[in-house]
Every structure is written in C-alpha cells, then in structure tokens.
Design a protein around this ligand. Structure first.
Ligand code: 13P
Length: 379
C-alpha cells in the first residue's frame, strides 16, 4: 500500500470479486485471492487444462482491473509487473509469474502454495532440492517406500531458453552445477520418478529479462503437492527453517535473507524487505480449496525469522558493496548502463607496467579458432 510494502485491501477485494464471478460462470471450480507484500496472488482451480486462454485472460484482466484501481488510489508502482499493452493468449511473457499443474486428484490431496515478495525466480531452487533430494531434510526419501525411487527436476536456462531434466539422486552432482546458479537456472517442475506424477511447479518468469530493464522483482510463486508419493507437509516446510540468501530486497538489487512469515507479517518495510515468503496449505476436495492454513504462522519458525534479522543486519553493513549488492551482470538491468555510458570517455588506458600485471578482456571476433589448450590443475 505505502511504497512497495503491502497490498491495498480494495485491490484484494476486487481480485476476489472478479474470480468469484468467474466461479459463478463455471469458468473456475474454486479460487482464493491472497497476497505477500505488495503482490496479489490468484489461486485458481479449474478443469480446462494448462495454458488455457480463458483462464490466462481471466488472470490478466484481473491484474489490469487491479492496476486501474491502484492508479486511482495513486498507489506506488501500480501495474509495474504488466509488461505488455494487450493480452496475447497466455500470461507467460507478459510479466506476472505463473505456476500451473494438471493433476488427478488423490483421495486426499494436500497442497501448499508459496507466495514470495522482494525476491526472484530461482529462489526456490535450494528449497526444492532440499525437499525432493536431501534426506537430511526429507527422511521420507530414505524411510518412505513411495519416495525411495527419487524425483526428477526440470531445469530451465532462463537466458538461453533451454531446458533439461535431471534425476535425483543419481544425477545430483550434475544438477547442482546448474541449479546452484539461480539467476540463470531455475527449477520449473519436479516429478515423482516412478509414476511421472507432477510434484511441484514454480514460476520462472524473469521480469527484468522480459522488460530488458529493472521493473520490480519477479516475486515468484510455487505449488507443492504433499504426502503419499510426495514429501510430507512438514518436510515441504522444513527447508525454510534456514534464512537462505536470495536476490531481491531494496530496488531488487541486493542479496538478502528469505524470511518465512504468516500473512500478518507479510508486509516488508525494513529496507523494503527483507524478502518474504508466505505459504498457504489447502486440502483439495473435487477441485474445491479447503483451507487455507497459514503454514508459517507457527512459533516453530521464530528462530529462522530471528536468523533472517541477524543476517539482514550483517548484510546491510556492506551498503553499496557486493555481496550485499548484486553482482555486475545483474546490475545491467538497473542504472548501471547509464552511469557506464556517462563515464565512458573518462576511462584512460593503464600504463604498460600496470597493464602487465592485469588481464585485459579482449573481444573475440566471431569464427575465431579456439585458444590453444592449456593444462589445468584439477580444483
Ligand atoms: P517489488 O518488485 O516487490 O515491488 O519491489 C520493488 C522494489 O524496488 C523494492 O525496493
């Protein structure tokens, strides 16, 4: 509401009214509108399959109407996540993050919807790894027969628009090479290996890459199915007992600790953060959303919140220095290119002596032969 801190209740009411109309019209089976920080999240169930134009348009139109109201209220950053003027058939690539899964509802279907603010796509890589591949987090991988065969991870290269599927546990070392770099590689889906069932889906939409400049952070979402063939509810929540360092926070340009909170604390204000995460648990009953339970509204997460505040204090002391501020490659979406342009003709070459002790980055013309191989010490 004030700055980037929280969502105005009128906008959330508008979202509820729009989705309720769609439910009455038979477009949705059920819906729930919630928020984390200044972001409205639309949770919808329907039987029209993934990438359905009518459902995507419903979400888009709801965000457009929310933007109109936000502009009337003169709210800050109204509609900053809507990056196209017109709807083009699918909300993907239009700004708002989305995660969808098509399931055969089980006799009991517990799901958890995660909603992040002041952080970015890729922030769920580490928690997903812990949930679905780390037996120190998920004992079910060891002692739960249905989980023992492991899970497969669909990893997207969000820069090159490629994807690869890697299996846990056999390929975890290969997988970690990539998903350890969340700015570029994001886990999109996790599946139960034996049955192929979808277990989790996260939004991997990168606002800065769509817009080519900083327009706010991605504020990702994720759906995780629990119990049975999947980790238990408590195993799905357990990764968030550590305040992992994620990208986002002030101006989307800083590393900060991810703080899991109940809805009552989901309004980040300190240095526009620290990054927040809410998790809502539902039981599905014929597509109806029974719930929610506000899962992080539990004193069991008090320690991680304290840890997040301690990390926040420590990182803030760095001011404009890395690793608090994001690395240069990420800053290319901020003021950095303009400052670099302004100073371009003030840079002068180093003296030969000084240059000799540093490496100059030489542009390699296209089609050049590869450099001769040098023998490398194993690291
Ligand atoms: P949001 O993307 O969550 O609005 O945050 C933007 C920002 O710049 C915070 O300082």
């Amino acid at each position: 509401m004030v700055g980037h801190c929280s969502s105005h209740p009128d906008i959330l009411d508008l979202g509820r009214e729009e989705l309720e109309k769609a439910k009455q019209a038979g477009v949705l089976v059920d819906c729930h509108v919630s928020h984390c920080g200044d972001d409205m999240f639309l949770i919808m169930t329907h039987d029209r399959g993934e990438n359905n134009t009518e459902i995507h348009k419903l979400a888009w139109d709801t965000f457009v109407k929310g933007t109109e109201l936000a502009k009337k209220l003169k709210l800050y950053g109204a509609g900053q996540d809507l990056l196209t003027d017109a709807f083009s058939g699918n909300i993907k690539g239009a700004g708002p993050g989305s995660a969808e899964m098509e399931i055969d509802e089980r006799p009991s279907e517990p799901i958890i919807v995660f909603m992040g603010d002041k952080t970015s796509a890729g922030a769920f890589n580490l928690p997903l790894y812990k949930m679905f591949a780390d037996p120190f987090n998920t004992p079910g991988l060891v002692i739960g027969a249905p989980l023992h065969g492991g899970f497969s991870f669909e990893v997207q290269d969000v820069k090159e628009h490629l994807q690869v599927t890697l299996n846990a546990p056999d390929e975890i070392y290969d997988m970690l090479v990539f998903i350890g770099s969340g700015q570029r590689y994001a886990v999109k889906r996790v599946r139960h290996r034996d049955s192929g069932e979808i277990a989790a889906c996260s939004s991997t939409d990168k606002l800065s890459m769509i817009a080519g400049r900083y327009v706010g952070k991605d504020d990702p979402t994720m759906i995780v199915r629990c119990q049975g063939n999947f980790p238990a509810v408590g195993e799905v929540l357990e990764p968030f007992t550590t305040a992992w360092t994620v990208e986002g926070w002030m101006r989307g340009s800083h590393h900060g600790p991810l703080m899991p909170v109940g809805l009552k604390d989901a309004h980040p204000s300190r240095f526009d953060g620290p990054p927040r995460l809410v998790s809502l648990g539902f039981q599905l009953a014929n597509g109806k959303l029974i719930g929610p339970n506000d899962m992080f509204d539990d004193p069991g997460f008090d320690n991680v919140r304290q840890e997040a505040n301690d990390i926040a204090d420590y990182l803030r002391k760095h001011g404009p220095f890395e690793p608090h501020r994001l690395p240069l490659e990420e800053m290319e979406y901020t003021t950095m290119p303009d400052v670099a342009k302004k100073l371009a003709d003030r840079w002068t070459p180093l003296s030969d002596e000084e240059a000799a002790s540093t490496t100059r980055v030489q542009p390699v013309p296209a089609g050049s032969p590869p450099p001769p191989e040098t023998e490398q010490q194993p690291r």
